[in-house]
Each structure stands twice: as structure tokens, then as C-alpha cells.
Design a protein. Sequence first.
Length: 90
Amino acid sequence: MRQLRQRIEEALVFCDTVELRVSDFDRYRHAEPPPTPAPAAIAPAGASLKDVERELIHRTIAELGGNKKRAAERLGISRSHLYKVLARED
């Protein structure tokens, strides 16, 4: 959770819009090219960190065709943390 929180905080500092977008997380990582179409906003201003985290994980999984391992790698979190966040929804 600490790693994802740090990534979210960094994206908030460096983003150039009012809303945080998935592309804001890939801006400083060069392992994979950014997605071709600009993704929609992750969450509106005032959303809780848990809501932003959950939405970001869901969108990243969807963007990678359901591949949770690659989603965790792209987000810089462990797969176990990714699964914990997904389990909290039940």
C-alpha cells in the first residue's frame, strides 16, 4: 500500500490537470509505452485514496486485458496487495 500511495502522491504533484489520470502514473516510467488513447479521469476531486486506488487498479487491469500480474507491475505494487484491494470490494 505504501508504494501505491507514494505513486499516487507523485502523480498528484506532477499532473497538469485537475483530475488524476492513468497516464499521470506512466509519465516517468519508461518500461512500457503509455496507452494510445488518453484514459478517462480516475476519480473526481475529493475522492478518497481507497476509491482512487481501487479505480486505478480496475482500469489498469482492464487496460492490460485482465492480466493482474502485469497490472501490479505497472502500478509498482505487489500482486498480494492488488488482490487485497480487490477482495475488499466483496
